[in-house]
Design a protein around this ligand. Structure first.
Ligand code: S3P
Length: 441
């Protein structure tokens, strides 16, 4: 079992880049594989989760050059060009891979089986299998399609209008990808606006997408054309260093080239409401996504109440937000976040359990947490709960804890951010690693 030790640091100063956006990286491979011609993906996140998606398409006959690097060249074979995989598609820890692929494979002319690791096999799949069945898909799985492994026998799909009970980009995207194979218009409405990277990616490749308030529609059977895609830096990866820059004394951190799609940047708004100084510089469009450099310096956050659309727009950042809340002045209350219970682990109970070990007073609700902020944390022996974001959040907490923090079972970090440890190690010894950083003035 991999373990990391974190010691407190006195200051963080510097400029860093973060790896490519995980959500966009998955989508780039999926859509390029069913487009016509050779697509080039730059800034691709080469991590365990996204490599699962690449391997799945390779086993369906797609030629991919550059595996293991951040530049992929994909020979797309058009909507009907995938071939039946010879073996089970193992999607590891990746919810995005299994849910989006379920939609994409529902309309193929072949049979496929999708599975993953112990965590993925516990995550709810009926949120995608139910609407896909309404489209005519033949999908089976444990507990009547509720859990992976999922077995899919491709069928001719019909378009539906679906009102999703959960605001989820994975559900919306799964249906939209199935909608590519249905004749006519498929529509998804959700109770809150989830990340819209699938819509942006599909439009770029030539699909006809309609958007109205919380509804998205897609016209079936388009011709998708190969594209050059540039993946921006992952806001969710940047979030760890953003919060570190706020919490570590005497710090100033500049994060270059980070995606700031408004469906993802709830954490910026939350931090601003907590009274923290965060600046965006150099705003620009990279391909179809907004990007900026983010500049943050030390500040003491104030406890606030967080719920509703802010939660949705910060859903993957809530573990690191719990660290900011633990060092805030006063109480922070997070509600309407019950989706956290069905992520890679139950992130509500995982964060409560680990932060209690670090001396934080926490109350758990079915849909969130109340966190009482303190001046410093206490170093402790913590556990990742087999969750990359829990591991990274606790690592940042260790930077502002008295004594040593040990985190057990940290290999999960490589599901989304293989370089995280290296940057963290640099921080621990001498601020951000010199090779990656130029001084900030
Ligand atoms: C993702 C959507 C979100 C997010 C996950 C990635 C995506 O999940 O938590 O890390 O790439 O579509 P839900 O759509 O289930 O909320």
């Amino acid at each position: 079992m991999e373990t990391i030790k974190i010691k407190p640091v006195r200051s963080l100063r510097g400029e860093i880049g973060v790896p490519g956006d995980k959500s966009i990286s998955h989508r780039s491979v999926m859509v390029a594989s069913i487009a016509e011609g050779r697509s080039i993906i730059k800034g691709f996140l080469s991590a365990d989760d996204t490599q699962r998606t690449v391997k799945a398409f390779k086993s369906m006959g797609i030629k991919v050059e550059g595996f293991g690097t951040d530049k992929l060249i994909i020979e797309g074979k058009s909507l009907g060009g995938l071939k039946e995989p010879e073996d089970v598609l193992d999607l590891g820890n990746s919810g995005t891979s299994i849910r989006l692929l379920s939609g994409l494979l529902a309309g193929q002319r072949f049979f496929s089986v999708l599975t993953g690791d112990a965590s993925l096999r516990k995550r709810p799949m009926s949120r995608v299998t139910a609407p896909l069945r309404q489209m005519g898909a033949e999908i089976n799985g444990r507990d009547d399609g509720g859990f992976a492994p999922l077995a899919i026998k491709g069928r001719t799909l019909k378009p539906i209008e679906y009102e999703s009970p959960v605001p989820s980009a994975q559900v919306k995207s799964s249906i939209l990808l199935a909608g590519l194979y249905a004749e006519g218009e498929t529509k998804v409405k959700e109770p809150g606006k989830s990340r819209d990277h699938t819509e942006r990616m599909l439009k770029k490749f030539g699909a006809e997408i309609g958007e109205f308030n919380l509804s998205v529609s897609i016209k079936g059977r388009p011709i998708l054309k190969a594209q050059e895609v540039e993946v921006p830096g992952d806001f969710s990866a940047a979030a760890f260093f953003l919060v570190a820059g706020v919490l570590v004394p005497d710090s100033e951190v500049y994060l270059k080239n980070v995606g700031i799609n408004p469906t993802r940047t709830g954490l910026l708004d939350i931090l601003k409401r907590m009274g923290v100084e965060v600046y965006l510089d150099n705003r620009r469009e990279v391909g179809v996504e907004p990007v900026a450099d983010i500049h943050v310096r030390t500040g003491r956050p104030k406890g606030i109440k967080i719920s509703g659309e802010e939660v949705l727009r910060a859903i993957d950042e809530l573990p690191i937000l719990c660290i900011a809340a633990s060092l805030a002045e006063g109480e922070t209350v997070i509600r309407e976040a019950k989706e956290l219970r069905v992520k890679e682990t139950d992130r509500i109970s995982a964060m409560a359990e680990e932060l209690r070990k670090m001396g934080v007073e926490i109350e758990e609700f079915p849909d969130g947490l109340m966190i009482k902020g303190r001046e410093r944390l206490k170093g402790a022996v913590c556990n990742s709960h087999s969750d990359h974001r829990v591991a990274m959040a606790i690592a940042i907490a260790g930077l502002v804890a008295d004594g040593e923090t040990i985190i057990q079972d940290t290999s999960w970090i490589s599901t989304s951010f293989p370089g995280f440890m290296e940057i963290l190690d640099g921080l621990r010894h001498r601020g951000i690693k010199e090779s990656k950083v130029q001084g900030l003035k």
